[in-house]
Design a protein around this ligand. Sequence first.
Ligand SMILES: NC(=O)c1ccc[n+]([C@@H]2O[C@H](COP(=O)([O-])OP(=O)(O)OC[C@H]3O[C@@H](n4cnc5c(N)ncnc54)[C@H](OP(=O)(O)O)[C@@H]3O)[C@@H](O)[C@H]2O)c1
Length: 229
Amino acid sequence: MPTTKSALIIGASRGLGLGLVKTLLADSWQVTATVRNPQNAQALDALGKVQIEKLDMDDQQAVIDLNQRLKGQVFDLLFVNAGVKGPDVQTPNGGATMADVGQLFFTNAVAPINLAQYFVGQIRPQTGVLAFMSSVLGSVTMPDAPELALYKASKAALNSMTNSFVTQLGEPALTVLSLHPGWVKTDMGGEGADIDVETSTRGLIDQVNAYAGKGGHHFINYRGETIPW
Ligand SMILES: NC(=O)c1ccc[n+]([C@@H]2O[C@H](COP(=O)([O-])OP(=O)(O)OC[C@H]3O[C@@H](n4cnc5c(N)ncnc54)[C@H](OP(=O)(O)O)[C@@H]3O)[C@@H](O)[C@H]2O)c1
């Protein structure tokens, strides 16, 4: 068992991804983190000690290139955090185009699993954790926020894609977490959200530590409470 744990965080330029990196560094983890645009890496860079890599998760060749660059590294945690909210108006006939909807579902549901497929072999056997940033809004009977219908469906799709991925992988020892971070004050969550980034990411990393080694696929929030699928 290594003394220093290592993490790969996908989508860490701002918001929860940046917060996850801060929390892990405070816990003395070694962190590799990705940004879509290196020009938006100042906040991450200012933390020091972070290996910063460029990645647009939607770009298949970029995923392959990153996988090549990180070949041989083993991660105690792979956290796929990146995600988008989607079109402004998400009600039926609200004007969202096929391209808008395709982009939303590709980024939120397909790209995370595609990336996980490339990196799952580099997650530490027995104790490593594969985490996806889901949302309680992806729970299919959740009545809240109907105005975010497409976003909600994209997170439900992520959960379903994760379930298929885990089933096909057939490795019960791997711990896979679909995590709800709470409603968090970020660019996406808005100023009126319930909690700050630090509270959320502290809770999320506590759950990663608590679930490491347990195996199986779990849908929980940052406080460790189970969420119905
Ligand atoms: N905030 C909340 O209340 C809340 C609640 C539930 C779930 N979530 C989920 O938590 C995650 C982070 O949300 P947030 O609130 O921190 O949002 P945010 O402030 O909008 O940040 C989103 C992050 O994802 C990155 N990203 C988006 N598309 C990407 C792509 N194709 N490739 C690589 N990176 C990409 C962004 O990079 P750029 O800077 O380059 O755009 C940014 O770093 C998302 O998956 C979101 O759905 C958030």
